[in-house]
Every structure is written in C-alpha cells, then in structure tokens.
Design a protein around this ligand. Structure first.
Ligand SMILES: N[C@@H](CCC(=O)N[C@@H](CS)C(=O)NCC(=O)O)C(=O)O
Length: 198
C-alpha cells in the first residue's frame, strides 16, 4: 500500500493526490503537521531529509519531490500516455515539469504562500510579477492547444494545475488568461479528478 506523507493545504501534496485520483490508485494519507513543525522532527527527517512534504513510501522505497513522484506514479500505475517513453515526447513533458517546479513555484505558488503563510515565503516582493510571467507562459502555450505538453493530458498538466487553479488564494486573478481558464476546466472534467480539499 502506498503511504503519502501529506499536508492537506500543500499544493505539492495536492499534485500527488490528484494523479493518484486520476489513476484510481488506492493509498493511505499520513498527516504531517507543517504548522507545528512535524516536518522537521527526527522521525520525519528519516523519511525525507529535506524536511518537506510530499513524500511517498511503498514498501522499502521512499520518494520525495512532487515532480519525481508524479513521474514514478505515471510509469508504475499509469499508461505511457501520462509520461511517454518516446524520448522526444518525454523531453517536452520534462520541460513543462521543470516549469511547474520553477516558474509556477515562484509565481502563483509563492503568491498564495505570501498571503496564507507570509513567514514561509522567500519571494514576497516579486510574486505578482513572477505570477504574471508564469501565467502568460501557460496562456500562450495553451492558446490553440488543449493540454500543456502533448495532445493529451500528461504529468505536466498535473504538476501545474494545483498552483494555477489556486491563484485566487494569492490574490492573482485568472481573468486575463482565457486559455488557462479553459484548460483548468478540462482538467476538472477528467475522470477521477479530486479537488484540493477532497
Ligand atoms: N520540490 C519539492 C518542494 C516541496 C515543498 O516545498 N513542500 C512544502 C509544502 S508544499 C514544504 O514541505 N515546506 C516546508 C519546508 O520547506 O520547510 C516538491 O516539489 O515536492
């Protein structure tokens, strides 16, 4: 049985919960209380020395980093569509996974953190500019195409969805980003979709 070390409001944990839902894979949630520092206890550092969630355990395997976990889940429990094995397609998916981990993180992810947990946000002064930059990249990419990386949903969509869909939490409006809003609706319509608080 998969164990997901989870904090309900964490968008990186939500990426993993979302793909688990879409793949229909059963798992258990192991709560990690970030607000009370449980992620920095010796017990949790033995699971993830980075002191961060998500982490995932299956048998003796322990994984960290939401992007790495998405790829592993896709390869192990999905079909090749979620993370293609063709090198050309895989490279495109990887490029957008890294965009979710960097540009989206510095933008809408940190905008939300700045609003909800300002003491944890290191990017406080630039979140609005970084959000506009990230959202324009995605909006341009999604103009005239349905999915971020390929012609069908992949882990690149799943990695970007949580922070972009929660942009409003950081007072970042998605109103100007028509193509992004249409894409969010397409993700929400996927069978097995789960919401942040499901
Ligand atoms: N690169 C990691 C980042 C994970 C991360 O930043 N997790 C946050 C919660 S969303 C966390 O645990 N923060 C506590 C800390 O860094 O001390 C990933 O994608 O999983």
């Amino acid at each position: 049985m998969i164990i997901l070390y989870n904090f309900p409001l964490s968008l990186n944990c939500y990426k993993v919960r979302l793909l688990l839902g879409l793949l229909g894979v059963a798992y258990q949630r192991q709560p990690v209380d970030l607000l009370n520092g449980e992620h920095k206890t010796l017990e949790f550092l033995a699971v993830n020395p980075f002191g961060q969630v998500p982490a995932l355990k299956e048998g003796s395997l322990i994984l960290r980093d939401s992007q790495a976990i998405l790829v592993w889940l896709a390869r192990k429990y999905g079909n090749d569509a979620w993370m293609p094995r063709d090198p050309d397609q895989e490279a495109v998916v990887n490029a957008w996974l890294y965009t979710a981990a960097y540009e989206v993180r510095l933008g809408p992810y940190d905008a939300r953190l700045a609003k909800l947990l300002p003491s944890l946000c290191v990017n406080f002064h630039t979140v609005r500019e970084q959000s506009a930059h990230a959202l324009k990249l995605y909006n341009d990419r999604l103009t005239n195409r349905a999915w971020i990386a390929l012609d069908h949903p992949t882990v690149a969509d799943i990695a970007a969805f949580p922070a972009i869909s929660q942009s409003g939490d950081g007072d970042i409006s998605l109103e100007p980003y028509t193509a992004v809003r249409a894409w969010l609706d397409r993700v929400r319509a996927l069978p097995g979709f789960v919401d942040l608080l499901d």
